[in-house]
Design a protein around this ligand. Structure first.
Ligand SMILES: Cc1ncc(COP(=O)(O)O)c(C=O)c1O
Length: 446
């Protein structure tokens, strides 16, 4: 068969469920290495989204591939729900070490961010004996029933599949992007915290709440964080009311923001941390790591899966941690992130459509508005992304109008310069009216 992107996409559409895909560009991967993806027609792309924050160590990192091959040569799987495997034991020790909190911690392994969110919901309910869960409007926590129930980013996630988990309350996320009308971060935080607390005054008895789930940097809403002071007030509120604080680090974890976990930017220690995506460099693995007494409150076999913590994925995760440490990737994320933010600030001098540039390491959001900076523009961001794709970049958008810049942490100086030069060119072409509206028919996305 003569493989072309379109031929394979047609087959994909014939056989694969629509609910599992939000296609941005017609790229069918043939091979990938480092930050470069090659499609079946031989075109190469620099991936600026790390396959949705999965490839923090880049595609097929030699170390990861080596450790996976070595483990496969020993054994692929052994029934670790009845017996024991060494990679899993070693990995749990490492995870406990890199996760914030100077208390005794334990690990529950999973396969996707979503099912580990469910683990955290179960642990929070079991430990506290309470049923209510708080999460935030705009958050994405995943697609299992529990994770969908606490998400609030897309009506289609809730349509036609109910009833969902009961006793879930979605409150307003304190978006720092709304801080501009306030005199100081402290004023803004106090105001937002007051609004948060009001929910517990009028209709949610705090003593019935098991946990607050928060993305410390909310991802799919457009990469926005609350102010640090708000996060500290939230921690205090949880402590005073016997509520657990759960950080969803599935998108921002494993070095992406220049720290192992993004909650560290707020100097707040959560009771549970949920991780996934990047942890095994592309192998399906997730985990919830946190207070031993909370984790161990789920009765056996309340969260047991046959392939949980599989030996090959555990080996991949162990080498992912090793690579992040040995290649000093936390610092690298911070340094490259500063360079990207600087380049976008330079671009912003010559365009009227960039409204906000925000970044933590290699999580960078660039928000685009119409020329008058009044209306968030989905069409603008689509045009920019599509033209980038035509120039060999994989760059998408979140929250409707925010460019999602989250490249692999191993991206070289040369590669990121090449990518930023192309992005600069695209903005120039936009300013000169060279990106036609017809491009809008080509890109669907989320
Ligand atoms: C913040 C966050 N939480 C949870 C999830 C769900 O993870 P998964 O798709 O691995 O189930 C995602 C996925 O995008 C995410 O970004």
């Amino acid at each position: 068969m003569n493989k072309t992107n379109q031929l394979l996409i047609d087959l994909d559409e014939e056989y694969i469920a629509k609910c599992t895909r939000a296609p941005y560009f017609p790229i069918v991967a043939k091979r990938a290495k480092g930050v470069i993806v090659e499609d079946v027609e031989g075109r190469e792309y620099i991936d600026l989204i790390s396959s949705a924050c999965v490839l923090n160590t880049g595609y097929n990192h030699d170390e990861v591939v080596k450790s996976v091959k070595e483990q496969i040569d020993k054994y692929i799987h052994f029934a670790n729900d009845y017996f024991y495997t060494e990679p899993q034991i070693q990995l749990s020790k490492e995870l406990v070490e890199i996760t914030p909190g100077e208390f005794k911690k334990k690990v529950i392994f999973g396969f996707s961010g979503s099912d580990s969110i469910d683990s955290a919901i179960k642990a929070a309910r079991a430990y506290t004996g309470r049923s209510k869960i708080i999460s935030f409007i705009g958050s994405y926590h995943g697609s299992t029933y529990g994770a969908i129930s606490i998400s609030a980013i897309d009506l289609n996630m809730k349509r036609k599949i109910g009833p969902l988990l009961p006793e879930v309350f979605h409150l307003k996320y304190p978006l720092s992007t709304e801080m501009k009308d306030f005199e100081s971060e402290e004023d803004f935080s106090k105001r937002k915290f007051l609004e948060f607390e009001e929910n517990f005054k009028y209709y949610i008895p705090a003593e019935e709440v098991a946990a607050v789930f928060i993305e410390p940097i909310i991802g799919d809403l457009g990469l926005i964080a609350p102010p640090k002071i708000f996060m500290k007030l939230l921690r205090k509120f949880c402590d005073e009311n016997g509520i657990l604080l759960v950080a969803d680090e599935i998108q921002q974890g494993f070095g992406r923001t220049g720290k192992w976990f993004s909650i560290e930017h707020f100097e707040v220690v959560p009771d549970l941390v949920v991780m996934g995506k990047a942890m095994a460099s592309g192998f399906p693995m997730s985990a919830v790591v946190g207070r031993e007494e909370v984790i161990d409150s789920i009765a056996m076999p309340g969260q047991l899966f046959t392939l949980q913590g599989n030996a090959v994925t555990a080996a991949a995760a162990l080498s992912t941690i090793k690579v992040i440490r040995e290649e000093n990737l936390l610092k690298r994320a911070t340094d490259v992130g500063s360079y990207i933010v600087k380049r976008f600030n330079d671009i912003a001098k010559n365009t009227s459509i960039i409204k906000d540039i925000r970044g933590w390491g290699l999580t960078i959001g660039v928000e685009l508005f119409d020329e008058k900076k009044i209306i968030p523009s989905v069409n603008l961001v689509k045009k920019i992304c599509y033209r980038c794709f035509e120039k060999g970049l994989i760059l998408i958008y979140l929250g409707g109008n925010t460019l999602r810049v989250q490249p692999p942490l191993i991206i070289s100086d040369l590669e990121i310069k090449e990518a930023m030069d192309k992005i600069e060119e695209v903005f120039r072409e936009y300013e000169q009216g060279e990106i036609p509206d017809s491009i809008l028919n080509e890109i669907k996305g989320w």
